[in-house]
Design a binder for this molecule. Structure first.
Ligand code: ADP
Ligand code: ASP
Ligand code: MG
Length: 423
């Protein structure tokens, strides 16, 4: 029996009852002979509530202070969970990210883990304790300031600790029974996936399936840590994410793994850009210097009469203000007429390694969207993914239409969502 890292998301520890339920589950794993490290998220929607509070005192809160504030959410959960476990007669110690040795760069609100030195966790496990770690946080190597890893970052904490401690598995406990062929909140007929490769899971995560964070899957692939995504509310087997199917799993790689959607992005259009070399470079240099990540890019056909063109790109809504400010500041340097900001967009992506060898997938995808009456604004593709941007309102209908068109609907059990507000 080896070491397991278990991560419990916000909906699993939303209230005292939830914390007690999770404590029992952890003790169960310990009784089965495992050494257990449990990574916890903030209770319920605490992180969102803290962000709302910060924005009430300052429209653009200082990154360092926001991190100080947000890490409090996970610290509440870790202490309560350790108390609940002790109440069951087992020894537990809680640790902040910094105490657990999660070392990051110094980019506030979306820091990257650069090293994990879990000496204190190891010592605690060695004397028989259950170690509880606050997710989503670390400490900057350079500034020694407290950092956070970006929304959903507790997933990354769990996998990073699993890698550093050489765990046999990283279990991600959440409010659904695993990874489904689409978000169960949108598609009631979504099917649970028994096994999915790191590659397909990476694309689903990058396309908005927030059940696992992209960085967490990247980390797991790099260190070859199998992830088991499952519900903390049921005893069911969940979804295994790994390089190859594990044990007796007789699972074939599906042609299409699933449909993902994302309504967290906005679109900026830079209107009236001179159609000459270097323009796109200076726009995206400006955006990069502001440390804003972009997703899709499209340049429209140049209006020959004017010699001007428009360039549109998508980015997280949370970065919208920063990007607009940076572009406005550099307006004369870049040379454009105006900026348009649109946050009523949504992205729908079809993901599957089988796409590489199955012609017609793209055609079927667009046919399904057109039959659902959905207008497409941007398109991007990779070897194993097709994504489109549409109006945000069209997203649920479009996801269901594509899910049905690719034969992904289940004919039996409806997908269950056990908790959480989906916020
Ligand atoms: P946690 O708080 O446990 O981290 P999240 O809310 O971050 O939970 O992630 C779980 C949610 O992810 C589910 O409630 C579900 O709505 C959403 N989700 C999106 N896409 C998928 C998918 N393909 N399979 C399962 N869940 C998905
Ligand atoms: N509490 C943080 C969030 O809501 C981190 C996490 O839950 O993973 O984003
Ligand atoms: Mg999450």
């Amino acid at each position: 029996m080896g070491l397991v890292v278990q991560k419990y998301g916000g909906s699993s520890v939303a209230d005292a009852e939830g914390i007690k339920r999770v404590a029992k589950r952890i003790v169960e794993a310990k009784k089965n002979g495992h050494q257990v490290v449990a990574v916890v998220s903030a209770m319920g929607d605490t992180t969102d509530e803290l962000i709302d509070l910060a924005e009430q005192v300052s429209p653009i809160p200082a990154g360092r202070e926001l991190d100080m504030l947000l890490t409090a959410g996970e610290r509440i959960s870790m202490a309560l969970l350790a108390m609940a476990i002790k109440n069951l007669g087992h020894n537990a110690q809680s640790f902040t990210g910094s105490q657990a040795g999660v070392i990051t760069d110094s980019v506030h609100n979306k820091a990257r883990i650069i090293d994990v030195t879990p000496g204190r966790i190891r010592d605690s496990l060695d004397v028989g304790n259950i170690a509880i770690v606050a997710g989503f946080q670390g400490v900057s190597q350079d500034t020694k300031d407290i950092t956070t890893l970006g929304r959903g970052g507790s997933d990354t904490t769990a996998v990073a600790l699993a890698a550093a401690l050489d765990a046999e598995v990283c279990e991600i406990y959440t409010d659904v029974d695993g990874v489904f062929t689409a978000d169960p909140r949108v598609v009631k007929k979504a099917k649970k996936i028994d096994w999915i490769s790191f590659e397909d899971m990476l694309e689903l995560a990058a396309s908005g399936s927030k059940v696992l964070l992209h960085r967490c899957v990247e980390y797991a692939r790099r260190y070859n840590i199998p992830i088991h995504v499952r519900s903390s509310f049921s005893g069911l087997q969940g979804t295994w994410v790994s390089s190859e199917p594990i044990g007796d799993q007789q699972v074939e790689q599906a042609i299409i793994s699933g449909v993902a959607h994302d309504t967290s992005e906005a679109k900026i259009t830079v209107v009236g850009v001179p159609d000459k070399p270097g323009e796109a470079a200076s726009i995206f240099r400006t955006i990069a210097d502001a440390e804003v990540n972009i997703d899709m890019v499209v340049q429209n056909v140049s209006a020959a009469a004017t010699g001007l063109t428009d360039i549109s790109f998508t980015l997280p809504k949370t970065e919208g203000r920063k990007a607009i400010d940076a572009l406005e500041k550099n307006k004369s340097g870049i040379g454009f007429d105006s900026l348009r900001y649109d946050d009523q967009i949504g992205k729908i992506s079809l993901v599957g390694a089988g796409m590489k060898t199955n012609p017609g997938v793209t055609a079927d995808f667009f046919t399904a969207l057109s039959e659902a009456g959905v207008n497409i604004e941007l398109i991007s593709t990779s070897e194993i993914r097709i994504s489109v941007v549409t109006r945000a309102d069209d997203v649920p209908e479009a996801v269901r239409a594509v899910h049905t068109a690719f034969g992904l609907d289940s004919d039996s059990d409806e997908a269950v969502v056990y908790g959480g507000t989906g916020r």
